[in-house]
Design a protein around this ligand. Structure first.
Ligand code: ZN
Length: 89
């Protein structure tokens, strides 16, 4: 199994299944993964803005399917959600 964010191989017992709504909500609150695959950073996609646009596209394309995340990406997502919820308090 590969992480749906960073693309790294992750053993099934270490993987986290995340509902697409969680990804969409986090994305809508400005979440951009720090561990997006290097393949995104081609000559055509160098600027942060382009990477962000591609991330938005990927989220939209996968807004109806569960996401499989490695522990690192899952932790990052959780931390982003916590940070956002503490801001809204
Ligand atoms: Zn990952």
């Amino acid at each position: 199994m590969n992480c749906d964010i960073c693309g790294e191989l992750v053993p099934e017992e270490d993987s986290f299944i995340v509902l697409p709504e969680q990804i969409v909500q986090a994305r809508d609150k400005g979440y951009i993964p720090a561990r997006l695959p290097d393949s995104w950073k081609t000559d055509d996609v160098t600027s942060a803005q382009k990477i962000e646009a591609q991330w938005h596209l990927v989220v939209d394309e996968n807004a109806l399917v569960d996401w499989l995340l490695c522990p690192s990406c899952h932790l990052e997502l959780i931390q982003h959600q916590k940070a956002q919820s503490s801001v809204s308090l």
